[in-house]
Design a protein around this ligand. Structure first.
Ligand SMILES: Cc1cc2nc3c(=O)[nH]c(=O)nc-3n(C[C@H](O)[C@H](O)[C@H](O)COP(=O)(O)OP(=O)(O)OC[C@H]3O[C@@H](n4cnc5c(N)ncnc54)[C@H](O)[C@@H]3O)c2cc1C
Length: 301
């Protein structure tokens, strides 16, 4: 429920809902993706952590750290699919530009007689989100800026729940479904951030490594899938001799970033009840597509 009229907005057709920490969608999808890649001839090295990257005459030399020790691999192209930290691009000296300081404080719990209801509710210092999970569980999350006092005040499930119960609609829903915090609680980065250029000679960034989305947008998985498809196309074109393929990919992703920022600003602009509160005033000026840093403070991760 966003905005003075406290309207209820449905998810857009392109929005994909996921439970970041329940991992239920990710596990199935990741397993399928890995199996498909292996069936098509990809050599899978997992679990492994990329720790060192060297540019060579014909591509890259990457050092992977496994339980059994180090492994050095050589490759012609690099695709950074390492999430928000963009580990490979970072090793090349490329850093994300952050659009804001959004953080997510969350806790898991059990609920009985769950209505299957997912809600987003704005409040003075940020916004709430709660959604059902498999096996009679539910997630409760509060999103605010990491530098605001409330981000420290709400650490832990009990404080989070106490504050949630001060929101009439949320309190009513949590009471109806009998929500009780059990299990994990935590804190994670949820801010918008993006690469100035999502590709360079011999490398591309996809998914969150290219553009990490505010969860309000529900665009993270869509972006991961779309940029993955676009990156695959760029690689195929490069292999076929198109020397502009990576530059075109970077341009495509720059347009995605502009569109994402404009849409996100429009969503936040729907909420006008607390114009003087830092969380909302920081988001009150619409971001103009194509103008890096307009409307919000930007800083480098
Ligand atoms: C609180 C929250 C809620 C969200 N809710 C939604 C939602 O409802 N809908 C939605 O569409 N999106 C949502 N998102 C966004 C979504 O989770 C991401 O956009 C999506 O997971 C990005 O996928 P990815 O593969 O690019 O990155 P990730 O899922 O972050 O995967 C990156 C992978 O790289 C690995 N890795 C990192 N560093 C290294 C290294 N050095 N070496 C080897 N491997 C490495 C990591 O272990 C990880 O497996 C949410 C995000 C947050 C923070």
């Amino acid at each position: 429920m966003f905005g003075a009229g406290r309207k209820r907005y449905g998810l857009t057709a392109s929005a994909i809902l996921m439970d970041r920490d329940g991992i239920w969608i990710a596990l199935v999808f990741d397993a399928w993706l890995r199996r498909s890649a292996s069936e098509r001839g990809a050599a899978l090295v997992a679990p492994a952590r990329a720790t060192e990257l060297i540019s060579t005459a014909d591509g890259w030399q990457l050092t992977l750290l496994r339980h059994s020790g180090r492994l050095t691999v050589r490759c012609r192209f690099l695709v950074d699919a390492g999430g928000r930290t963009a580990p490979l691009a970072r090793m090349l000296g490329h850093h994300h530009r952050a659009g804001d300081r959004l953080a997510c404080l969350w806790c898991h719990g059990v609920s009985s007689g769950d209505l299957g209801v997912t809600v987003t509710i704005a409040e003075r210092d940020g916004w709430w989100y709660t959604a059902p999970l498999p096996n009679g569980r539910r997630v409760l999350a509060f999103h605010t800026d990491s530098d605001l006092p409330v981000a420290k005040e709400l650490a832990g499930a009990e404080r989070l729940l106490a504050r949630a119960r001060r929101q009439t609609d949320l309190a009513s829903l949590l009471s109806t479904v009998g929500f009780q915090p059990v299990g994990n609680a935590g804190y994670c980065a949820a801010h918008s951030s993006w690469m100035e250029a999502a590709a360079g000679p011999g490398w591309l960034a996809v998914g969150d490594a290219a553009l990490a989305c505010d969860p309000l947008s529900s665009q993270g998985l869509l972006n991961a899938l779309y940029s993955g498809l676009m990156a695959a196309r760029a690689l195929r074109r490069d292999l076929a001799g198109d020397t502009d393929a990576f530059a075109h990919y970077a341009q495509t992703m720059a347009r995605v970033v502009d569109a994402y920022r404009a849409h996100l600003a429009a969503w936040y602009a729907l909420e006008t009840r607390w114009p003087d509160q830092p969380f909302w005033s920081r988001r009150s000026v619409p971001t103009r597509p194509g103008v890096a840093g307009s409307g919000t403070q930007t800083h480098t991760d």
